[in-house]
Design a protein around this ligand. Structure first.
Ligand SMILES: Nc1ncnc2c1ncn2[C@@H]1O[C@H](COP(=O)(O)OS(=O)(=O)O)[C@@H](OP(=O)(O)O)[C@H]1O
Ligand SMILES: [Mg+2]
Ligand SMILES: [Mg+2]
Ligand SMILES: [Mg+2]
Length: 455
């Protein structure tokens, strides 16, 4: 494992609200009775723990610490528990990442030590491994390890080597710190801290290779690791695939606040700095957001990321933009030219009349921007031979689709999540749009410019 010394830093760096229809979480996990009253803020029925007459020690602790807002649940009965657990796990993971990122960028965290290079020279950090271990542990606890199959990005090969002892102990500490404060999300922490072997086991348990049948989770513990180490945007992406179809998607975007203006800041370092130095600023709405959707519900939701001790609002529905005129549309693409051809998309943008500057943002935050209506088009054209991985797209695709958008390859076919860890058979690139009319225009432009491109 080689330490990554390249210029990573060159850019400087609830009360338990539960819908009363589907409080499976309480029934299956907390094992105590609840009563309901109407929440004045959300007008939804909320779980009123203080009225419980069968409180356990755990529930008392939960009440003290919990500021969890749960699922606005018009999602139907299927996958309710899966969605609740997934959203909670992503909240926990977001807070974990925020802490590690702040430590890395502002508290003198050791970049050389804590950011490593993989064989393909892409970065991996203690946050990537820690999130993978944490989410894997939470899913296994909730559903039983024998029922949980996960396809995820990271493995333990390099982490298990003798020269990685220090980074491994940082991962173990980060996982335990994160799980010990997970009660605020209604997750029961481990009775005692996880041992190193248990953390390694949780990471390596994510060794499913996916496929066309059965059920598996798809996890990108930190998507946009480069953005993460540069103090910029990144995402935590968790999806559930059943019989080759993405049925749930949850996307945590810790640096993408509810207020979209902050996304346009060109300097990620400053964006985070603002959060640290201006917590009371009127225009600063604090933390990031968590988006989620269930296939077929025709609804996608966004919750504010909970910072721990603050009160919270409930989720709100999100919808793609109604803009269908390319002149007014904004398109997103990867920051790194190596990940998608900026030259090709520039030509294409010109040919369809896109005038706005492209929004270059790391990670699946691009999918989030389309789903929230903050941008209209996402294009990714990787170099020939690059195989897109399912964890880089699964959660984002279902969220955009349920928010009213369209995601296909450049041949107009839906992305195929049934062929293992790669998006096999992808035609040229990925195009996500806020609506059918924009999508048609972009598809036409791709066909017109493809043969003259060098891709
Ligand atoms: N060469 C190449 N071509 C295409 N795609 C690649 C390439 N290398 C990496 N990746 C994958 O891209 C993920 C990050 O994608 P982004 O769209 O966020 O790109 S960028 O960071 O904004 O440039 C990134 O995800 P993470 O590893 O989770 O950060 C990779 O899976
Ligand atoms: Mg990724
Ligand atoms: Mg990743
Ligand atoms: Mg990676």
């Amino acid at each position: 494992m080689t330490a990554l010394r390249s210029n990573l830093a060159t850019k400087s760096p609830q009360a338990l609200f539960l819908n009363n229809k589907n409080n499976n979480f309480l029934k299956t996990h907390l094992k105590f009775l609840v009563s309901f009253r109407n929440c004045p803020k959300s007008r939804n029925p909320i779980c009123c723990l203080s009225n419980c007459d069968q409180k356990t020690e755990f529930s008392n602790e939960m009440e003290k610490n919990s500021n969890w807002v749960s699922i606005e649940s018009e999602v139907g009965d299927k996958y309710v528990k899966e969605l609740e657990v997934a959203v909670k796990a992503v909240h926990v993971a977001c807070l974990l990442c925020q802490k590690v990122q702040e430590d890395l960028i502002f508290n003198g965290g050791d970049v050389v030590e804590n950011v490593q290079a993989k064989d393909d020279n892409s970065p991996v950090t203690i946050a990537d491994w820690s999130v993978q271990a944490t989410v894997s542990w939470i899913l296994s606890e909730a559903f039983g390890p024998e029922n949980v199959s996960i396809v995820a990005e990271e493995d333990i090969e390099s982490l298990s080597k003798s020269d990685a002892r220090s980074i491994l102990s940082s991962v173990v500490k980060t996982v335990n710190d994160s799980l010990s404060s997970a009660a605020r999300f209604g997750i029961k922490p481990p009775v005692t801290n996880l041992e190193t072997a248990q953390v390694l086991e949780a990471i390596s348990r994510c060794n499913s290779t996916g496929g066309p049948t059965g059920r598996f989770w798809v996890l990108d513990p930190v998507d946009g690791t480069l953005g993460f180490v540069r103090g910029d945007q990144y995402a935590i992406a968790l999806a559930l695939v059943e019989n080759g179809e993405v049925v749930l998607g949850v996307l945590g975007c810790p640096n993408y606040p509810m207020n979209k203006e902050w996304l346009n800041y060109q300097n990620g370092y400053r964006r985070i700095l603002s959060r640290l130095t201006k917590p009371d600023s009127a225009s600063w709405d604090g933390n990031g957001c968590v988006l989620y959707a269930k296939k077929g519900s025709k609804k996608a939701w966004m919750q504010p990321l909970l910072s721990g001790d603050k009160g919270v609002a409930s989720a709100r529905q999100i919808r793609v933009s109604t803009i269908d005129n390319p002149v007014l549309a904004t398109f997103c693409e990867p920051v790194e030219k190596a990940n998608s051809s900026h030259v090709f998309t520039q030509g294409l943008a010109h040919s369809v009349g896109l005038r706005n500057r492209p929004l270059r943002v790391y990670s699946m935050v691009k999918y989030a921007a389309i789903a929230r209506g903050d941008a209209e088009i996402f294009m990714k054209f990787a170099r020939a031979g690059y195989k897109e991985k399912i964890w880089d797209h699964a959660a984002g695709v279902v969220i955009i689709e349920e928010a009213g958008g369209i995601v296909t390859d450049a041949g107009g076919r839906p992305l195929d999540f049934s062929k293992g860890m790669y998006l096999q058979g992808l035609d040229r690139g990925i195009i996500a749009c806020a609506g059918a009319s924009l999508h048609d225009k972009i598809m036409g432009a791709v066909d017109a410019s493809w043969n003259s491109s060098s891709l």
